[in-house]
Every structure is written in C-alpha cells, then in structure tokens.
Design a protein around this ligand. Structure first.
Ligand SMILES: Cc1cc2nc3c(=O)[nH]c(=O)nc-3n(C[C@H](O)[C@H](O)[C@H](O)COP(=O)(O)OP(=O)(O)OC[C@H]3O[C@@H](n4cnc5c(N)ncnc54)[C@H](O)[C@@H]3O)c2cc1C
Length: 426
C-alpha cells in the first residue's frame, strides 16, 4: 500500500481533489470522508414537476478552464452548455419599476442617476485608473473613481443585492482584480440535465477511492502520521490530510493548526445565506424575468431578501426559475425565521412587488457560513490561506477552506492541492 491521504468533505472541492489524486498520480491511497449521506456539498439539483432546478449553483464561470476541463475529463464534455451570465443583466427595482443597469456608457441615460451623478461619471476617464488599494474598501474605491452620487444611487444597491454585503465591509481588491484575472462575463456554463451529473460522474470514477458517507470528522490531530477521529469514535491514520470544507469548519477540526488557519483567513468572512427557489409559468411573469439576471432593491427599499435572480427558462421552456437570496448579514431577522415563515415572507414580497401569482412550486434552503466574502480590514490581512500550512507538514487545504468561492475556483484549487499532496508524498 502506498502513502495514505484522507480528504475531509465530499463537496466539489473534496471530490475533485480525490479525482485528481487517483487519476493524475498513482500509488496514493485515498479515503474521502463526508459527514452527510450524499456527495456534492452545497451542489444539489432539484427536479420538481419534471424540471431541473439547481438549489445553489446553477452555472460556473469560464474565466479559466478548470471546471470545464473537469467536466470533459469525467465524460460530460458534450453536455457542457454555454449560457448567459446572470451578471450580464443587472437591474434595480425602485418605486415599483425595474431599471436595467447597463455597465456601459448607456448608463448615462438611465433615470436611476441624477444630474450630479451623471456629470461626475463624465469625469471618470480623466481620473487615473490605478489599482485598488490592496487594503481599501470597495465603497472607498467606487466613490473615489465614480463619485459618491453614483455609489449611493447604483453601486451600493447592486453590491448589497448581488454580493450580499455592505460595500464598506468588502475589500476592493477582491472585487476588482487585475485585468488579467477579471472574469469573462460572457463565458458561463451549465451542465445539461443538472449540476449533480458532474457530482455523479465524479462519484463513478471513485472506484479506487474509499468513499465514506455519514462519516463526520470530529477532530484532526497533528501527530505523525495524521490522526482523524470520526464522530463515531473511529480513528483513521494517514500521512496527509486535506480539508475541503468551509474554513470555519476546518478551523474547528484542526486543534493546534486551527489558530494558524484562522489567522491566515482573517481577511475572509463566511456569511450565512438562504435561498427560496421558485418556479413560475412564463405567461404569468413579467418579460424581464425570462432572461437570466439579478434584480436588487433600490436605495432605501426594504425587502426580506437581498436580490431576486432569474435563472431563465428551464430546459423544456415550461417554467421560469427564480431564486431569492436572503443574506444572514443583511436580513438577519428573516434569515433566523423558521424556513416556512421566511419562505412566506419572500413569496409575499415577490407577489406584491411584481403582481404575480404564487409560484407553482417553491423550496427553502439555508446555507450557514457558506458565502466567502473578501473582507475589508487593516492592512496586512492575508486574504487567502496557503494550500499547506507552514509548520504542519502533511496538512493541506482545498476550495472553501482556502477562501475560494465558486465552482471554477474550487476545482482549480483542488487540482493545485492534489499536485502539492502528490509532490509531498511520492
Ligand atoms: C446559495 C449558493 C449559490 C451559489 N451559486 C453559485 C453559482 O451560481 N456558481 C458558482 O460557481 N458557485 C456558486 N456557489 C458557490 C459554490 O457552490 C461553492 O463555492 C462550492 O460548491 C463549494 O464547494 P466545497 O466543496 O468547497 O464546499 P461544500 O460544498 O460546502 O462541501 C463541503 C462538504 O464538507 C462536508 N463536511 C462538513 N463538515 C464535515 C465534517 N466535520 N466531516 C466530514 N465532512 C464534513 C459537508 O457536508 C459538505 O458536503 C453558490 C453557493 C451557494 C451557497
């Protein structure tokens, strides 16, 4: 038997790390431990009324090819479907009307902006572009570059709605990366038939991985070899351990290494969120819902959710798929309601605001501590953990554990971590 690795967490990050370790390298024995009774983590495809609806992630971006390559490697290449990014259609809802927000000079014609905001925007090309201050807030960066009126009238509602956080709390550098790393908003993909097909395709290729479901890990001890204790009391040993779960959970498991990880990730906040998924008939909804996009409340409007996202028509064209995102930070009083009450509050607001009938189907899901936000803070904060912790040889991190958010980033991180593990062990 070769060196042993234990991967903790069977979401996309843990699955991809296991897959790469088994298929790109040989001689490593891999065990994957998942607390729940299913693989996929937050990725879950729902199939109400014969349609396909993603509970959490419905698309992934193509800013790099990591996730698309993984689909191809697992035999899903022909089912990769390019689709329209929801970020390409942003709107603000104000006084019962929906105003599109084109991120182009056409914005100068928008009734959302008053005269002073437009006049100030005209000066933007003459303000040195520069890079965002590495420790500066998103609010400061936008105000400096585009003016305070633009910030108040457009940027602040959009950030609160789409990023689900106050722009004063977010690090500008996390949202305006260098031009080379900027996401290409045109290349976005989904998996035909549902995102769980990628999870299932990965699971099928795990025949040489010891996959254990309902195997919640209680602690990870930094002895040599590493000792992983399950909630059941069973203890497993391995030469390396990879944590592939949201950092707050990883920190809680790792004893001595926990404070080091917490320090590295102090530039991140893992926000709770909830989603109300809804299906409507196309003929019952406004035309603007038929195209994927986000609608956020205008300044001063109080909704029980941060934004309404259309995922567009389903594959059959029989339904329009809508998601309302509740932020545990911005709408804590709604987030903490029992699920049925939170769902009711959201649906009532949607019905009243858009004068639509109740959705044909709806479901509520809570995601505690799942939204990694790049937090604004004092200079010197490290804004992403290293995939291996100095001083803890044999302990590795992937995906959400290093502050990644999004399928593409998690898969890329999994590939890099698998390579590091193999280098350390072989
Ligand atoms: C509502 C929502 C919408 C999103 N929309 C998009 C989108 O449109 N596009 C996109 O690219 N990304 C989106 N994302 C982000 C993306 O889904 C995540 O970044 C990614 O799926 C995280 O994968 P992960 O494997 O790192 O973590 P997770 O999916 O959280 O998996 C972690 C796993 O670890 C397990 N675990 C936890 N504790 C233990 C323990 N003690 N022992 C063993 N196992 C444990 C959990 O049960 C879970 O299965 C969205 C996320 C959310 C929450």
């Amino acid at each position: 038997m070769g060196p042993r690795v234990i991967i903790v967490g069977g979401g996309i990050s843990g699955l991809a790390t296991s897959f790469y370790l088994r298929t790109h390298f040989s001689g490593i024995s891999v065990t994957l431990l998942e607390a729940s009774d299913r693989l996929g983590g937050v990725l879950r495809t729902l199939r109400p009324s014969g349609t396909v609806f993603e509970a959490a992630a419905d698309t992934f971006d193509g800013k790099d090819t990591a996730a698309a390559d993984l689909c191809r490697e697992t035999g899903l290449g022909a089912d990769l479907v390019p689709c329209e990014s929801s970020l390409a259609a942003l709107s603000i809802r104000k006084d019962g009307r929906t105003f599109p927000v084109p991120l182009s000079p056409a914005l100068l014609k928008s009734p959302l902006l008053d005269f002073s905001a437009k006049a100030r925007l005209l000066f933007t090309p003459f303000i040195p572009r520069g890079r965002p201050d590495p420790a500066g807030s998103l609010a400061d960066f936008v105000c400096r570059r585009f003016g305070r009126s633009f910030f108040k009238q457009v940027a602040e509602p959009l950030v609160r709605g789409v990023a689900m956080a106050a722009p004063e709390d977010l690090l500008a550098a996390g949202y305006f990366p260098s031009a080379g790393r900027r996401a290409d908003r045109r290349s976005v993909f989904c998996v035909k038939g549902g995102m769980d097909r990628l999870v299932n395709a990965l699971a099928k290729r795990m025949e040489k991985v010891d996959v254990r479901l309902s195997a919640a890990v209680r602690s990870v001890g930094c002895d040599k070899p590493w000792r992983v204790t399950l909630e059941s009391g069973e203890a497993l040993e391995a030469e390396a351990v990879c944590l592939a779960l949201p950092a707050p959970l990883a920190i809680g498991l790792t004893g001595l290494a926990g404070p080091r990880l917490a320090e590295q990730l102090s530039g991140f906040r893992y926000d709770p969120a909830a989603v109300v998924n809804m299906l409507f008939r196309p003929e019952e909804v406004p035309g603007e819902w038929r195209r994927p996009g986000f609608v956020v409340p205008g300044p001063g409007e109080r909704w029980p959710f941060a934004c309404l996202k259309s995922a567009g028509p389903d594959e059959t064209g029989r339904y329009i798929r809508m998601k309302a995102f509740i932020s545990g930070v911005l709408q804590p009083e709604v987030f903490s309601l029992p699920g049925a009450a939170a769902e009711r509050a959201v649906i009532n607001q949607v019905k009243e605001e858009w004068r639509v009938p109740a959705p044909r189907w709806s479901a509520f899901t809570r995601y505690p501590g799942s939204i990694a936000q790049r937090r604004f803070g004092p200079p010197g904060l490290i804004s992403r953990a290293e995939p291996s912790l100095p001083g803890f040889p044999g302990l590795f991190l992937a995906g959400s554990a290093v502050g990644e958010f999004g399928i593409t980033d998690c898969v890329r991180s999994a590939g890099q971590t698998a390579e590091r593990i193999a280098r350390a062990l072989l």
